[in-house]
Design a protein around this ligand. Structure first.
Ligand code: 5AD
Ligand code: SF4
Length: 470
């Protein structure tokens, strides 16, 4: 048994990892043919992509995927820790699985992985009160999944294998991609920023970049397989390369990925701190790098930004924002905002509203602050009441929504390039995303998933556009 430890998770050691290749022990291959699995994914794109790796590894064992957990022999929850409600959802699901195991499917194998598995408190709770969970493994040993599942099925007792520290960087883990036209590509794992509210540096470990050759090779393979779009993923993609190279960062990587001639390149998430002029120039220069940037601001108040440990001020964020707008034509900028951080006064909150009024973000993900286990902010005295937090969130949402609509309305009559994703719920309409990452429903004929088409925009809603193929 290997339990998570926060003190260990906090430590950062520079360049102490190697790149190794994934290898499955032949004795596991197709050992469980005839069995089925169900995987439920919570959280971010990183987790979604991990689930694509997990699915491929489980399928190597012989399991087949099912869409209903009631029909599965193995259920795996790939969890998220970012806010309390992510926790609650996963524990709620565990409750339903317990019932299923007690009543209908006594042999059900239940596993939990992802960020929650890296939390000391969660694992303690599972050991104490969730004995029906067969196995738990963390974000650092995904590649050991075949061994862990085999052990969990054969052993009577709970198998808990969570490493507190990131180990080697593993290349070559198989992947079963959800989509055949757009793909996620990890470029950097972990985070060293330690924003005071955030659990990610503990659950995902230290910043580790993949080698540029491995990334380019993966993208080239995707192009050869007919993929149209890649999203380069990382908790903070702007830090790409810092742990590996002297003069090679996200700007250079974007340029090299662009040169593979993949039709669309996206990247997320960017911390404003590491956004260089070179990155902006590269995004502006290459047509296949999408003019769409996710740039979380979190708060507009310098006092709160300092308490959050964000390393920028409202002024420096706005300087960067203006520079990006100036240099990249038609760029869309989206953001994340937290309200109700400990000690946020009405005046601090108004500063956030001021920034929102100025930036008129194309999209914004807004959250109420949620204290996370062992993070520095969780130790701050919180003076904001729940009612105040909810009221602030509502006020903020009213404003951000107003600007989504306003910005979308400006697009009516314009022509945009859209990557078609499929047929929408609305009868006879396709749907897809514009270069600026806006959802659009549109009419047209003989269009296939993955086609990039020119669409004229006819109508604007708050969260989507309507149009027709030209
Ligand atoms: N409480 C609320 N929101 C949070 N986020 C991260 N940690 C917390 C927290 N403890 C938000 C941030 C981040 C996004 C992914 O989630 O806005 O950018
Ligand atoms: Fe959730 Fe963050 Fe983990 Fe993603 S990295 S699953 S958002 S806690």
């Amino acid at each position: 048994m290997m339990l998570p430890n926060y003190k260990e998770a906090r430590k950062r050691v520079k360049n102490k990892y190697n790149t190794i290749n994934y290898k499955i022990d032949k004795k596991f291959i197709n050992n469980y043919t005839g069995k089925t699995y169900y995987i439920k994914t919570y959280g971010c794109q990183m987790n979604e992509h991990d689930s694509e790796n997990i699915s491929a590894m489980i399928e190597e064992l012989g399991f087949k995927k099912v869409d209903d957990y009631n029909n599965a022999d193995l259920v795996l929850l790939n969890t998220c820790s970012i806010r309390e409600n992510a926790h609650n959802k996963a524990f709620g699901m565990l409750g339903r699985l317990k019932h299923l195991k007690e009543t209908i499917n006594k042999d059900l194998i239940i596993g939990l992985c992802g960020c929650m598995a890296q939390e000391e408190g969660v694992v303690d709770e599972i050991l104490k009160d969730y004995k029906f969970v067969n196995f738990v493994f963390g974000t650092h040993n995904l590649h050991e999944l075949p061994t862990i599942i085999d052990k969990a099925i054969k052993e009577e007792k709970q198998v808990i294998e969570v490493y507190s520290k990131e180990g080697d960087l593993v290349e070559g883990i198989p992947v079963k991609r959800d989509k055949d036209y757009k793909a996620y590509v990890n470029i950097i794992y972990g985070c060293d920023k330690f924003c005071t509210y955030c659990i990610v540096p503990y659950t995902r470990g230290g910043q580790r970049s993949r080698k540029k050759e491995d990334i380019i090779e993966e993208v080239k393979q995707l192009v050869a397989d007919g993929y149209k779009e890649v999203t380069l993923l990382g908790q903070n993609v702007n830090a790409y390369g810092k742990d590996l190279y002297k003069d090679y960062g996200l700007g250079e990587l974007l340029e090299d990925v662009s040169k593979t001639n993949i039709e669309r390149v996206r990247f997320m998430t960017s911390h404003p701190w590491d956004f260089t002029d070179n990155m902006i120039d590269v995004i502006a220069k290459y047509k296949n790098i999408m003019p769409s940037i996710h740039l979380p601001i979190q708060s507009g108040s310098n006092k709160i930004l300092k308490l959050m440990g964000r390393r920028y001020t409202q002024e420096s964020y706005l300087d960067l924002f203006n520079k990006i707008k100036e240099k990249i034509p038609n760029v869309s900028i989206s953001t994340d905002i937290i309200v109700g951080f400990p000690n946020e006064t009405e005046e601090d909150f108004r500063k956030t509203l001021e920034v929102v009024e100025y930036c008129k973000f194309d999209n914004a993900f807004t959250f109420i602050y949620s204290p996370r286990e062992n993070t520095p902010a969780a130790k701050l005295k919180d003076i904001v009441t729940q009612e105040e937090k909810e009221e602030r969130l509502q006020r903020l949402n009213t404003i951000v929504n107003k600007y989504f609509l306003e910005k979308n309305k400006k697009l009516v009559g314009k022509e945009v390039l859209v990557l078609t994703e499929g047929v929408s719920d609305k009868k006879n309409m396709y749907y897809g995303y514009t270069d600026t990452n806006k959802l659009i429903n549109f009419t047209g004929k003989n269009i296939s998933r993955g086609d990039i088409v020119t669409v004229k925009i006819d109508d604007a809603k708050t969260w989507s556009l309507d149009g027709h193929v030209k």
